[in-house]
Design a protein around this ligand. Sequence first.
Ligand SMILES: Cc1ncc(COP(=O)(O)O)c(C=O)c1O
Length: 365
Amino acid sequence: MTLPTTERLLLGPGPSSVSPRVMRALGAPARSHLDPDLIALMDDLRARLARVFRAGPGSLTFAVSGTGTSGMETAVANVTKPGARTLVIVTGYFGDRLAQMFERYGAQVTRLDVAWGQAVDPAAVERALAASPADIVGFVHGETSTGVRNPAADLARIAMAHGALTVVDAVTSLGAVPLDVAGWGIDVCYACSQKGLGAPSGMAPITFSANALARRVPCRSFYLDVTLLQQYWVERKYHHTISAPLVYSLHAALEEVEEEELEARWSRHAHTHRALVDGLSARGWSLLPAEADRLFSLNAVNVPAGVNDAAARVALRDLHQIEIGAGLGPLAGKIWRVGLMGSGATAANVTRLLAALDDVAKPGA
Ligand SMILES: Cc1ncc(COP(=O)(O)O)c(C=O)c1O
């Protein structure tokens, strides 16, 4: 077996394509996990992540060594007391995963299920909390299984008004669509390195507000204990052997984010999404979510009538070197998931994808 030698354009639900600069960062000279050079980079990484999350004063921001799911588990494991009354808004596969995670940590979970393809109505959350108070409200900002963006600012405001702590999944939104952790009053927010930020997978940025830190609980996981992780990231006390190449690559990706500027990056994602929607509608094709509910970084495209979903995806990959994602769960075979995120969110990539789809997505083919 040999390593891959051809470039593939990653336009699936993540990982997104990694820029040459971020790829080069992976190969910088090795440092160990407590080397002063690495520690300095980790300090800078924390500061950059806090800015990208827009975290508030007194918060703690760092990156868990693991993928987005490790961020989810770190969030849940550090704020969930057994029996904690927890409202989880489930608008798709990852909302369901979040509900399962809370259950594993002993929460008493109430689910607010929403039809796949729709965003939650904040009024429904208001009603749910009025009917049954909660200690914690959890939800996914950008639901990758359906291409839906939930109204995170409204949801956080409602949860705060009811005295609940918010746990928010920003795995498919950080670095791609507007997110303002402190401005919106979010308590715990986690993400991943491999989507909007444009680094390889393997690090999960996370931020805890001062309120969340004050309400932390004894953590049942050693690896994901925020108190031990704080001692490592802030006080340099050994906890685990962090991967220097992953720190380098995430750092380089954050340099790119900040050089572009966050708001410019959000509008690039919005424009790229618009270019895709225009191209699809010119072909008579459509997206699953209503316009107001759409997540710019992940587009849930209805598989056109008569087109073989799997065959088209395989042909895109093998003939055009483009990867897109399949539908999950009830949406399997019904949608394609087209990620336009990180360095991949460009008009040129939309043009290339549409031309390739014209070639492979023919009814009856
Ligand atoms: C919204 C959301 N949450 C959590 C995850 C889990 O992240 P990972 O696969 O990096 O563990 C994903 C993965 O795509 C996701 O899209």
